[in-house]
Design a protein around this ligand. Sequence first.
Ligand code: MTE
Ligand code: CO
Length: 390
Amino acid sequence: AQTPDPLIVEKQEWTQYLGEGVNAKPYGVPSKFEKEVVRREVEWLTASRQSSVSFTPLHALDGIITPNGLCFVRHHGGEAEIDPAKHRFMINGMVDKPLVFTMEDVKRMPGRVNRVYFLECAANSGMEWRGAQLNGCQFTHGMIHNVVYTGVPLKAFLNEAGVSPKGKWVLAEGADASAMTRSIPLEKAMDDCLVAWAMNGEALRPEQGYPLRLVVPGWEGNMWVKWLRRVEVGDQPWAQREETSKYTDLLADGRSRQHTFLMDAKSVVTNPSPQAPLKSKGPNVLSGVAWSGRGTIKRVDVSMDGGRNWRTARIEGPNFPRAMARFYVDFDWNGQELMLQSRAMDDSGYVQPTKDELRKYRGSNSIYHNNGIQTWLVRPDGSAENVEVS
Ligand code: MTE
Ligand code: CO
């Protein structure tokens, strides 16, 4: 700043007039100076309302919680607008007695919990299988959000209905135009799945499945059925569209991996990144996020030279199993070129692979489950670009 700094010595406009009263915005909105921080689409990906996706602006966020209005959205049949008074949740199939719950019934169930979990679409980073493609972590990694859910374990509803000893799978079904259906092993359904109606303390947003959604911790986002209206118990998977023609991984030899539910450990440097260039030499804070469907993030290493040398980042703030963790590296930038990478490790011992390691086993025909290490090239002018090193 120049001396004397006019912003220090001159009276500014906002100090001279009364501001708006508290009722001008009964439901708060971000500062107008933050208007660039929005969910964005990739035009060529979003072909129609039947299949649309927007991306979380990871480069503009901090901490671990994604604000509700910035959580990426993925719809297969557009957004269902459901009056909660008319919503019903049914348990049927191989049970002693099929049950139907109103939203009021759902909220009266004993055993309510609050849990922080990431939701990552299996297709996150899916455009990067054949090489560096999209320029910004919002687009390469933004099909993820991390919020605190309020709900009741699915197990409570299943127990009330009485699952037959023959029951091995459940089918979750949404009430939207796509009637999204996915088969989930009964073991998972009885373990940590939630029937949730709130995120970050408020009712689910319509685009996140208001009034009710399924939470399937650590597993691919597609299984987290929104506008949840039915859970059926059966003795085998149903072979629905989303678990046969979609959400399977085509290998190099023509075979496909199926039922690849788990989201493996992954991380990305969010700052600096293509949408968030370095602005000045000297002290800087590198930041990023890491997560693992297997458990808790134990360690994140960061390289500034394309994977030759690594240093351990500082994991800062709450760090829950199957939730996003925040990491930082405080560093001095002397204006040299950087090749930034981050590598996550979880408490199961799993280490995030390089993209080449991943391709060795998975080929490059896949769309889903790309958790390879991301590289950002930072140039001497501070601008950053999506690149690959091999
Ligand atoms: N549930 C229904 N009913 N309809 C959908 O289109 N999309 C799925 C899943 N659940 C979908 C759904 C997919 S592919 C993902 S990645 C997540 O919801 C996205 O959740 P979000 O929109 O809250 O980010
Ligand atoms: Co998805």
